[in-house]
Design a protein around this ligand. Structure first.
Ligand code: CMX
Ligand code: CO
Length: 132
């Protein structure tokens, strides 16, 4: 049900500094930037093959990424798996008794449809299902 890695998300304190790090260290550039108000984040997407690195910084103190940075510091925040049918995968996961954060798929960045799965029931990894 998981087609590809859509993105690997990294929580950062300073988005401009993070973008500069990737540009200077690896010569890669941002393809897409977006503020996702519903999630309290600003993202910078760097394309790598058919996947992305999603650099994520909080836009408010209530953002889940603010809390993450306070507790854990900068680092890997979640993995996004590209799926054909977000709703179908979510229902399958729920039927397996896995704790989800979204009961129904919702809009994500780049016009995608997404749903998050709680890290506690998923080997300590926050998972995002991403339907392009
Ligand atoms: N990865 C792994 N574990 C995580 C985590 C993460 N990103 N964030 C929190 N946790 C851990 C916490 O450390 C905590 O562990 P302990 O109990 O051992 O201390 C545990 O999960 C439970 O945390 P919680 O109190 O239930 O929840 P939090 O308030 O810490 O929020 C989470 C965590 C995942 C529920 C919240 O971040 C969330 O709802 N995320 C989904 C939305 C999101 O992340 N949006 C931003 C990205 C948007 C995008 O990619 O487009
Ligand atoms: Co994401």
């Amino acid at each position: 049900m998981l087609n590809e890695i859509d993105h690997v998300a990294i929580a950062v304190k300073d988005l401009e500094a993070a973008i500069a790090f990737y540009k200077n260290a690896f010569g890669v550039e941002v393809e897409h930037r977006e503020v996702v108000a519903s999630d309290g984040v600003e993202e910078a997407m760097i394309k790598i093959g058919t996947s992305y690195v999603q650099l994520l910084s909080p836009t408010s103190p209530e953002s889940p990424v603010s809390k993450f940075l306070e507790k854990r510091g900068e680092g890997l925040h979640h993995v996004g798996y590209r799926v054909t049918d977000c709703s179908a995968v979510l229902e399958k996961v729920k039927a397996e008794g896995v704790e989800v954060l979204d009961e129904k798929p919702r809009p994500g960045s780049r016009g995608t449809t997404v749903a998050f799965i709680h890290p506690k029931g998923a080997l300590g990894t926050l998972i995002e299902l991403v339907q392009p």
